[in-house]
Design a protein around this ligand. Structure first.
Ligand code: SF4
Length: 567
């Protein structure tokens, strides 16, 4: 029996599944594995999807489920895409009518399916899109657009908007990075959307070395219209992807600038502090800032240009805690990390815990509070560990004792600090300051450093001006291990923009190893790293030794793994 939903066109034997594992041949019929089943159902602002020219600032109900027909290395959603068996019991069944009612109750402008690939829920989404139309809700998807022409033809009758997630341009790239058969169907479908007046924006990753692919994709789009917005996703190595593939923000900015010779609206995502997220025309501007992986957030608007579809919502909508775009995928990864550190490795328990916390918004709200809350401190992380230990029926004492001993050691030693240094914690660029109460700043504060007091905050921080940075004049700077930049890029930016700060003159800018600050179980190493860097005469942690103890592996393995973090 042939499945004609996507261009793999699998031939599926009776009672077997196709290549994606999401469609089964049941008695001669192709049926969806998880019909009307969703892992995420939350209101978001449309810029976190991201859609940048479509009903700006409006609230949409975002849905996500499990599975994908592509196998891309480093995908932000791999935690849900690769591990459908782990998370399937956490799915919630909701009819199309129930989802529409929820969207209306939440005052959403429409419904959008993202996080995982919508091709995997084709029949459910057809029903839902029809119901959404009846209720005058907008309906859209974020997709790799690998649909067959027939499947897309049926779906576009109900589609108002699409974010097309390109992976590159050539057949070779699609084969190598996504295990797809060809790139041709995707570009054929783009033309089809265009000719049928379905509004779409295009996103495409900038991986080091694939610049020509982006230029060719931009040239292709420009033949349809220069006005098609292109979102360049600076590649951030999620999952098992190599860190070598990540371009610096300045490299991606240069590319975004070059692509403007083909397209009028080229934006740069995953790049805190960049000006390439703004739309600036003669009498009009929309200023946006970085808002977590793949997301943006409007900070100001002037006027309303003709190329924007729909009105700009004046009321600002901020998602709760970890919600909004792809941020929740990070939260779940962190929870799985804690469970692993507690010794939980079996799928059944992990599924049970994830299912429990996804249903319990209090847990996620509390977890977020420990990461970015005004009234929490490092010790509140123990509460998160204790809660997860309780749900998974494990003993947290070994992990908590490990943390506690080091925290106690820091507490004793910091009494010897005579004058606190002024610290500044950034993400990706010198002008993107992490929130005052975010976990990274809690680490710096615990180590005995003074931290910046921001008057406005964002997710995970805000752009500050050069003047504000010069006035603050930090003694020491830390660069986040996630969405990072090299120390030399920090110095170069300051030199180019005449930012003379004490930390620059004394060469006290330090980049945290990946995974050692925000929220992961290994934050304790970030604390020791910060302490050693700030006050080497007071702290002298043997981090390598501690890392070995933490992982409880043979010394050789620990060394290897340790250096993988710091190189
Ligand atoms: S959706 Fe695509 S990959 Fe999945 S079974 Fe159908 S043809 Fe195969």
């Amino acid at each position: 029996m042939k499945c004609n939903i996507c261009e793999f066109r699998c031939d599926i034997q009776d009672s077997k599944f196709g290549f994606c594992g999401m469609y089964e041949n049941k008695n001669g019929q192709i049926v969806e594995r998880f019909k009307n089943a969703y892992l995420f159902i939350n209101p978001i602002s449309i810029e976190t999807q991201p859609m940048l020219h479509f009903f700006p600032n409006h609230k949409f109900l975002q849905l996500g489920s499990l599975g994908c027909n592509f196998k891309c290395e480093g995908c932000v959603s791999n935690v849900f895409v690769k591990h459908a068996d782990v998370f399937k019991d956490a799915l919630r069944i909701l009819s199309a009518e129930e989802i529409v009612q929820k969207a209306l109750k939440e005052n959403c402008k429409g419904i959008v399916f993202g996080i995982n690939e919508p091709t995997m829920q084709y029949f459910s989404l057809l029903d839902l899109a029809k119901k959404a139309k009846e209720s005058k809700l907008l309906f859209g998807i974020s997709t790799n657009l690998y649909y067959t022409k027939d499947a897309l033809e049926e779906l576009i009758k109900y589609l108002d908007f699409v974010n097309v997630g390109l992976k590159g341009y050539t057949q070779a790239t699609y084969k190598k990075f996504c295990k797809a058969l060809s790139s041709k169907p995707v570009f054929r479908n783009i033309v089809y959307l265009f000719r049928n007046n379905v509004y779409f924006e295009v996103s495409i990753p900038h991986v080091k070395g694939n610049e020509v692919e982006l230029a060719n994709a931009a040239k292709f789009l420009s033949k349809l219209s220069r006005q098609i917005p292109m979102q360049v996703m600076r590649f951030v190595p999620f999952d098992s992807a190599s860190a070598e593939l990540e371009p610096s923000i300045s490299e991606s900015e240069k590319l975004a600038e070059e692509l403007k010779q083909y397209l009028d609206y080229v934006y740069l995502l995953n790049s805190p502090g960049t000006k390439h997220l703004h739309t600036t025309l003669d009498k009009f501007s929309i200023k946006r800032c970085f808002y977590g992986p793949m997301g943006a957030h409007i900070i100001s608007t002037t006027g309303k240009p003709s190329h924007i579809i729909g009105n700009i919502c004046k009321k600002d909508f901020e998602e709760d805690g970890f919600f909004g775009g792809y941020r929740l995928t990070r939260a779940i990864e962190m929870v799985v990390g804690i469970l692993n550190a507690l010794g939980v490795k079996d799928k059944k328990t992990i599924t049970f815990v994830i299912g429990t916390i996804l249903k319990d918004k209090n847990f996620l709200a509390f977890f977020h509070e420990t990461q970015d809350g005004e009234n929490t401190n490092l010790e509140n992380y123990f509460d998160v560990v204790n809660l997860l230990a309780k749900i998974s029926n494990t003993d947290p004492s070994k992990l908590i004792n490990f943390y506690s001993e080091i925290l106690e050691d820091v507490k004793q030693k910091r009494k010897n600090i005579e004058k606190k240094l002024k610290s500044y914690y950034v993400m990706g660029t010198p002008i993107f300051a992490l929130n005052t109460h975010r976990f990274e700043n809690k680490l710096a504060s615990f180590a005995g450093l003074e931290t910046i007091k921001l008057i406005k905050e964002g997710k995970p921080g805000v752009n500050i001006t050069h003047e504000e940075l010069i006035t603050y004049n930090p003694d020491i700077v830390f660069i986040s291990g996630f969405i990072s930049c090299k120390e030399e890029d920090f110095y170069a930016y300051c030199q180019t923009h005449n930012i003379n700060i004490h930390a620059g003159k004394t060469k006290k800018v330090f980049r945290l190893p990946f995974g050692w600050d925000f929220g992961t179980v290994e934050w304790i190493f970030g604390l020791m790293f910060i302490a050693n860097a700030a006050y080497p005469h007071i702290y002298n942690f043997d981090i390598e030794r501690k890392y070995y103890l933490f992982n409880n592996k043979s010394y050789t393995q620990a060394n290897k793994s340790f250096y993988a973090h710091i190189v």
